[in-house]
Every structure is written in structure tokens, then in C-alpha cells.
Design a protein around this ligand. Structure first.
Ligand code: NAD
Ligand code: 13P
Length: 353
């Protein structure tokens, strides 16, 4: 039986952390070809090219230093060359780049190739949000599952405990992706609610921005718990209004409340919005992103703007007071400490641009 060839589109923090599971399973499971290709958005690094350095070290010294992702992984700066022979494509880039990348490989996908997206984010179209898995399905004409979960990239390592949720419309794809990602240090549960899992992973980044405001303003544990409770409620309501198939149980999985908790305690969105609150208007989110993240990308602020565009389009702003308050603060209409009054903020008319 021909072995399934795996390729990863992306080589940032989570891409390299998750590659630890993928490369191990590719080496050890007969279902997969041992070699895994990984596309790198090429950049200069210490006088040479980042890709060359990655192939020498078998780690990404810029985005995930010190983490060996496996000797069987080959980094490649040529996107088409990386994907053209793959039977399984893993998408893991910041969400704002994925549409352009899909357009570039539209004509280079092997027949019967299947995909999985590790990307938390969405795109707004004239009729509402478009999930990244939907975008992959539409542009590349192949089925796309998702892997979401409470997965702070820097913490993932053999010997620690981490969980993830694979969501697939087809059970046979769920089985393949469990074989690809499940390890002793990464426990995978498979569900079929792709839309619920992906929207949970996406929307928790907005709540994490609120959690950062709470922490930056030192509003305490009660306030943080209140923000997480309201955030989870709005995540579930939003997902169910957009897709009637979304299940309540999905929010009890790693992709739901567990991811919300992990991100609001130790994620980058929380860290940068905490810094935003502490600097009292002296710096913008863009400045703080480049100062604090060394090239890594913040998803929460973009997602807040995207979610707000959908709420406005649908006339739902008052039904989502926390999401609406986060966006009003991100847009500079209120201060981070005003997150404590999120219910009042959303009740007031939002200034029209
Ligand atoms: P990251 O934040 O480390 O992003 C940086 C990556 O983007 C780098 O590989 C960089 O080369 C690339 N890049 C920069 N400009 C680009 C461009 N114009 N086109 C294409 N690529 C470009 O990446 P990440 O942490 O791997 O995040 C990818 C996805 O995984 C996101 O949706 C994120 O929400 C999700 N995620 C991240 C974590 C985490 O802890 N980092 C955990 C779970 C899920
Ligand atoms: P941040 O992007 O906020 O670090 O969140 C990472 C994540 O998605 C953890 O599951």
C-alpha cells in the first residue's frame, strides 16, 4: 500500500511545536511516508537564509528556538514544491495569510489529497464569516478537518500533558488525523463538529484580549472569571447562530473551555493586551506585537475586528456585549479598564466611522 505523504504549510511557533507529533508518527507509523515537508516563509536569518538554518538544526531558531522537530522533516521555501506530492496537507500559518497561499497552490494539489487546519481565525465575506476550513475546501476542492485545543506552543514537549480536538466531517479522516497527531504527550479526541471546534478556537482569541485587559488593569480573579464565563457564553451563542449544527458538547472539549482557559492564562493575545493596558495608550497593538513577539503574529485584534464586522452586518452587537466592548477598546473608543463595565459599553450607541 502506498504510504501517505504529509506536508505542512507554515513554520511558525505552533507549526514547529505540532511538527514534533507529526514527525514522530511519520517515523513510527507505517501508514505515513517517513519524510515530512514543511513550507517556510523565507527570511534572512543571521547572515543566511532561515530555511538553511532550519535544515541544519532541525529546529526553527527564530520562531521556536530549542525545539527539535525531527530529523525526518525537510524545510522548503518553495510553496508549490512543498505541496505538490502531498496526500495530507496541514495548514498552520497566521490566518491573515492563508487565502493568498491557497490561491498560489490552487493548481498544484494532488488528487485525493485531504487537509487539516490548525489555524485559529476567520475571514469576513459579504454574507458572514468564512472559516479557514471552508476556504481550503472552496479554493482547493478538498476536504478539510481541523485540529484545535489548549495548546500553548512553547509548553508542548514529551513528558508534559497536552490535549487536542480533531474535528472531521468524515470519520475515516478523523482516524487518519488521530494517527498523525496523537502521542503520549498529545492526547487527541475526535469529534465531527468542525464548525463548532473551529469557531471556538477562533473566538477565544477575542476573549483572551479581554483577559489581558483585566490582568493589565489588575482587576483580579473575580473579574477574570466573569470575563471567561461571559466569553464562553458569547462564543457558543455566536457559533450556534452562524451554524445550526454546532453542538454544546463541543465547548466541553479541549477546543472549547480548555483552550479558552489556557489562552487567557498564558497566551500571546493575553500577554500583548496586558501590555497594552499597562502602557496606558503610549503604544499601539502593532507596536507591542513587534516589540514583544519577535515576528510571531497576534490573532486576537484582527479577529475582534472581523467578529465585530459580522455582528454589525447581522445587527447583533447588543447580544454580544463582551465582544463589542473588546472591540470598542481595541478601536480606542474606551480604555482597557472599561472592560469592567462591558455591559454598559455595549448598551451605548457605538460611534459610526
Ligand atoms: P506565528 O505566530 O509564530 O507566526 C509567524 C509565522 O508567520 C512565521 O512562520 C512567519 O514566517 C510567517 N509569516 C510572516 N509573514 C508571512 C506572510 N506574509 N505569509 C505567510 N507567512 C508569513 O505562527 P503560529 O504560532 O504557528 O500560528 C499559526 C496559527 O496557529 C495561528 O492561527 C494561531 O492562532 C494558531 N495557534 C498558535 C498557537 C501558539 O501557541 N503559537 C497554538 C495553537 C494554535
Ligand atoms: P495565543 O495566540 O494567544 O498565544 O494562543 C495560543 C493558543 O491558541 C493556545 O491554544
Amino acid at each position: 500500500i502506498p504510504k501517505l505523504k504529509v506536508a505542512m504549510v507554515g513554520s511558525g511557533a505552533w507549526a514547529c511545536a505540532a511538527m514534533q507529533m507529526v514527525s514522530k508518527n511519520a517515523r513510527e507509523t507505517p501508514l505515513f511516508d517517513k519524510r515530512v515537508d514543511m513550507w517556510v516563509f523565507e527570511e534572512d536569518y543571521e547572515g543566511g537564509k532561515l530555511t538553511d538554518k532550519m535544515n541544519e538544526l532541525k529546529e526553527n531558531p527564530k520562531y521556536m528556538p530549542g525545539v527539535k522537530y525531527g530529523d525526518n522533516v525537510v524545510a522548503n521555501p518553495d510553496l508549490v514544491d512543498t505541496v505538490k506530492d502531498a496526500d495530507i496537507l496541514i495548514f498552520c500559518t497566521p490566518h491573515q495569510f492563508v487565502h493568498k497561499l491557497c490561491m498560489q497552490i490552487q493548481l498544484n494539489i494532488k488528487d485525493n489529497c485531504i487537509a487539516i487546519s490548525l489555524i485559529k481565525g476567520m475571514r469576513v465575506r459579504h454574507d458572514g464569516p468564512q472559516l479557514i476550513s471552508t476556504m481550503v475546501r472552496r479554493i482547493l476542492h478538498m476536504e478539510c478537518s481541523v485540529l484545535m485545543g489548549a495548546n500553548i506552543a512553547t509548553e508542548l514537549a514529551p513528558g508534559t500533558l497536552c490535549e487536542g480536538t480533531v474535528a472531521s466531517h468524515f470519520p475515516e479522516h478523523g482516524t487518519i488525523f488521530k494517527s498523525l497527531f496523537d502521542t503520549s504527550f498529545y492526547n487527541v479526541n475526535v469529534i465531527n463538529d468542525v464548525e463548532g471546534a473551529e469557531l471556538a478556537g477562533t473566538l477565544k482569541n477575542v476573549v483572551a484580549v479581554a483577559a489581558g485587559f483585566v490582568d493589565g488593569c489588575e482587576l483580579g480573579h473575580n473579574a477574570k472569571a466573569a470575563v471567561l464565563r461571559q466569553g464562553l457564553s458569547e462564543m457558543r451563542t455566536f457559533a450556534k447562530r452562524i451554524f445550526s449544527t454546532v453542538r454544546d458538547e463541543t465547548f466541553n472539549e479541549s477546543c472549547g473551555m480548555a483552550d479558552l482557559f489556557a489562552t487567557c492564562c498564558g497566551g500571546r493575545n493575553r500577554m500583548v493586551s496586558m501590555a497594552f493596558a499597562k502602557c496606558k495608550g503610549q503604544k499601539t497593538f502593532d507596536q507591542l506585537e513587534s516589540e514583544l513577539l519577535n515576528g510571531q503574529k497576534l490573532q486576537g485584534v484582527l479577529t475582534s475586528n472581523e467578529v465585530q464586522a459580522v455582528l454589525k452586518m447581522k445587527g447583533w452587537e447588543k447580544d454580544f456585549p463582551l465582544f463589542t466592548a473588546v472591540n470598542a477598546i481595541v478601536q480606542g473608543m474606551y480604555e482597557p479598564k472599561d472592560i469592567a463595565r462591558y455591559r454598559d459599553l455595549a448598551a451605548k450607541p457605538v460611534v459610526d466611522e
